[in-house]
Design a protein around this ligand. Structure first.
Ligand code: AMP
Length: 299
């Protein structure tokens, strides 16, 4: 099965306690697609400007990411500027330039089948919803978001939640969306909106999974070096959806493993700035971390 990923493709300017980089490769669709491509072939649906380096498009193609849905427009690429605090738990957005995303309404390429699983990675819920209705997906549909959209497009996001099978967000976003401090209550609020499975990501403390039949907690993979947490959530979502798409049937065991793969993939992303950690990763590194993860969590 293939996975279709929609979301942002960006040039980020990031400052963490460990360095400062300008106009580096970023975006929710970038991290999610790269992460998922370790498990299944991916279609990316996004847009960049003519200032987006061509080498990144070549890199996507090399990794079995179909770029026929990646439009290039005569405008500037989406840009995000952010600064992280010392414990890397919070990104302060210093600027968001939508640029090419303003009014973007893509034509879905023929290679994208409604049978593919769909990951609506973080972007304006109006656009997520537009693409959902264009594709009319028959497979598993997952959705991610962020504080900006909860603040400005909550109504559209809640409408979309009725249609998605799996919703991923971080703890602060879950509290913001639900108005509940307790994460159980926050998950219940989201479930009441119609989403069957919910993942609440908690940064270095791992992630919580809620559904009617299964509750599961996955730790974050313990690392000695973290340089840039940008994209951890998108990489988690890509790893999780990539693994689920590689399986014939979604059982409880498969869901648990998918969360573990999400956690492991995120660990590669945060070791280096931009997507450099993911680009350096080999399949055997994933296998090694999976085995180590099993040892660290068995009791
Ligand atoms: P994460 O660290 O997983 O929350 O995602 C960070 C990525 O999301 C960065 O590479 C940004 O380019 C991208 N991003 C930041 N703000 C937005 C936004 N409002 N819409 C879509 N993508 C965004």
């Amino acid at each position: 099965m293939r996975l279709t990923v929609i979301g942002s493709t960006a040039l980020d300017s990031i400052e963490t306690p460990f360095g400062k980089k300008e106009d580096i490769l970023g975006g929710s669709a970038t991290y999610a697609s790269l992460s998922a491509s370790f498990f299944v072939p991916v279609n990316i649906i996004s847009v960049v400007g003519t200032d987006f380096p061509k080498k990144y498009i070549r890199m996507f193609k090399k990794r079995d990411i179909n770029t026929s849905g990646l439009e290039v427009k005569e405008r500037r690429t989406f840009r995000w500027k952010a600064k992280y605090n010392y414990d890397l738990s919070y990104a302060e957005t210093l600027g968001t330039e939508l640029n090419v995303f303003e009014g973007f309404r893509p034509v879905i390429p023929p290679k994208v089948s409604p049978k593919d699983n769909l990951l609506l990675a973080n972007i304006d819920p109006h656009l997520q919803s537009f693409i959902f209705h264009q594709i009319k997906p028959a497979g598993l549909v997952a959705c991610d978001t962020m504080n900006l959209w909860i603040e400005h497009s909550k109504k559209e996001l809640l409408k979309l939640l009725k249609k998605v099978d799996l919703f991923l967000l971080n703890d602060a976003e879950a509290r913001q969306l639900s108005g509940e401090n307790n994460l159980f209550e926050a998950a219940r609020y989201i479930a009441d909106k119609g989403t069957k499975m919910i993942v609440i990501k908690k940064g270095e403390h791992g992630a919580l999974f809620f559904s009617k039949g299964l509750g599961f907690i996955v730790p974050a993979y313990l690392l000695e070096t973290i340089n840039d947490p940008t994209g951890a959530g998108d990489t988690f979502a890509g790893g999780m959806l990539g693994y689920l798409s590689s399986r014939r049937k979604i059982t409880d065991r498969v869901l648990r493993k998918a969360l573990v793969y999400g956690s492991i993939m995120a660990s590669f992303a945060v070791e280096r700035f931009s997507a450099d950690g993911l680009l350096k990763t080999k399949s055997k590194d994933i296998k090694n971390r999976y085995e180590h993860f099993e040892k660290l969590t068995r009791f």
